[in-house]
Design a protein around this ligand. Sequence first.
Ligand code: ZN
Length: 81
Amino acid sequence: MGDDDFIYWQDVLDEIAAGRRAQLRCPFCQTAGLAITEKGPGTTTRIECASCRHFIEGRFPIDPTAGGGPTSSGPIKGGGG
Ligand SMILES: [Zn+2]
């Protein structure tokens, strides 16, 4: 995944952080309903489009109720297409 891809995902991450995960659309193919897999509290979250298979994986501030500061300090990876 290049830096350009992350720019696409940034809007999705913003929506998730705002608690609007129910209305997510793939930034690549515009398909609604991205799959969000949380592998555990404070660990990696994977967001994947079932249609075009683009995904991003990393530590995101995905739960607005969790409090705390930015958590996206871990490595972020993605791919698909
Ligand atoms: Zn897609």
